[in-house]
Ligand binder design. Structure first.
Ligand code: SAM
Ligand code: SF4
Ligand code: SF4
Length: 375
């Protein structure tokens, strides 16, 4: 198979709002948000992914390869990170604008000290209709045994854990630091024990590295109530040496599982769902496939990402984000923040995955790293 040309530059939206609080965007009154904000492709703003740190204790070969993220790599100094107070304030504004789901991510979010304190703050948020916000977290699971109860007690309801193999040798090669799969499995058990539900497991499949683990992973989690989601290796960032040959299409994943454990497709509930789900014909649970490369889902993409240093990214493949940290630290009001976000979202036209290969990366531009803005 021929490698696809990488990338397309996502232009930075120029924000020039004289008095944002007084503006209406595409007929949307940002001061009395009752219907969701819609982007230039009519996609509502529903999901906010918040990266709480750019650091990680793993060096997964598809995300933060140790050759690039070595000892000398310059991570953000602490004062550049948004504080929990700042994150809560931003999240509150977003929920007021129509966000219903918040996912904490990273880097490795459980490395951020006292993360449960942030969870407790976010768990108090309510939508304009008075509903709870769907609050969740993606973690590599390395610290979960210790943290699961505190997270649940703080108001976290469900959780996603990344695990790329059951086999120790394969997993330890994949995470780049020789971290044992057994410890992540203990973390998954702890999450189940304290009642975080549902528990989902993300497995990024890279051809020639962990594709032998597709069936063992399905077999291991069948009947446990944990749903494994098989993710196509994506060309995020500029570090992971992506090429199309390394991608195992979801269709192949299904062909591997189906003969052993017959699958029946589940109708998609929500157009913004990233995974397509299948249940085992014998009733022993379900799996999901996330086909970001072979069957992109930009048409239903309702996600905005906030990096740990306070930049907003309208697409996982963006090259630049809009800084809101400095304006906030200079006294930006909530109304003006709403105006900035509304301006950014209403101009958003991103559809990188659908156009993958059509465009090439412009000189001097590089895409943001996944570990910087979360999954
Ligand atoms: N450290 C946490 C973890 O690994 O779960 C959270 C951050 S991580 C960036 C979020 C998700 O992105 C993980 O499930 C990870 O497997 C996925 N991911 C990272 N790089 C990827 C890539 N190149 N292609 C597909 N998924 C990727
Ligand atoms: Fe760390 Fe998660 Fe990236 Fe792996 S996928 S290097 S655990 S941020
Ligand atoms: Fe959304 Fe960008 Fe991914 Fe498309 S490529 S689904 S617009 S984040």
């Amino acid at each position: 198979m021929k490698a696809l040309a990488l990338g397309r530059v996502i232009p930075l939206v120029e924000v020039s709002v004289a008095d944002p609080a007084k503006q209406s965007f595409h007929g949307y009154d940002v001061t009395t948000a009752e219907s969701p904000l819609r982007d230039a492709r009519s996609r509502p703003l529903r999901d906010l992914r918040i990266s709480v740190t750019d650091r990680c204790n793993f060096r997964c070969i598809y995300c933060m390869p140790k050759e690039v993220f070595g000892k000398d790599y310059a991570f953000l100094p602490r004062h550049e990170l948004l504080s929990f107070e700042e994150i809560e304030r931003v999240a509150r504004v977003f929920v007021g604008l129509g966000v219903e789901k918040i996912r904490l991510s990273g880097g490795e979010p459980l490395l951020r000290k006292d993360l449960e304190h942030l969870v407790a703050r976010l768990a108090t948020l309510r939508t304009p209709q008075g509903a709870d916000v769907d609050l969740t977290l993606t973690t590599n699971g390395s610290l979960l045994s210790r943290k699961a109860r505190a997270l649940r007690d703080a108001g976290m309801k469900r959780i996603t854990i990344s695990l790329d193999a059951i086999d120790e040798a394969v997993f330890q090669r994949m995470n780049g630091v020789g971290f044992p799969a057994a410890v992540v499995l203990e973390g998954i058990d702890a999450a189940l024990r304290v009642g975080l539900a549902p528990v989902k497991v993300n497995m990024v499949v890279k051809r020639g590295v962990n594709d032998t683990q597709i069936l063992p992973m399905a077999a291991h989690f069948r009947g446990t109530g944990v749903e494994v989601r098989f993710i196509e290796f994506m060309d995020v960032g500029a570090s992971n040496g992506w090429n199309m040959e390394s991608v195992v299409p979801s269709s192949e994943v299904l062909d591997i599982i189906n003969p052993s454990f017959p699958l029946i497709a589940i109708r998609r509930k929500n157009p913004s769902d990233t995974s397509v789900r299948y249940r085992y014909a014998d009733g022993d649970g379900s799996i999901g496939v996330i086909s970001s490369v072979t069957q992109p889902f930009c048409g239903g993409c309702t996600r905005l990402r906030l990096s740990s240093d306070g930049r907003l990214y309208t697409c996982l493949f963006a090259s630049r984000g809009l800084d809101i940290r400095n304006p906030i630290r200079s006294g930006l009001s909530d109304e003006s923040l709403r105006g900035l976000v509304a301006d950014l979202w209403t101009k958003r036209a991103d559809r990188y995955s659908e156009g993958r290969g059509e465009n090439s990366v412009a000189h001097g531009q590089s895409k943001v790293e996944m570990s910087f803005i979360g999954g």
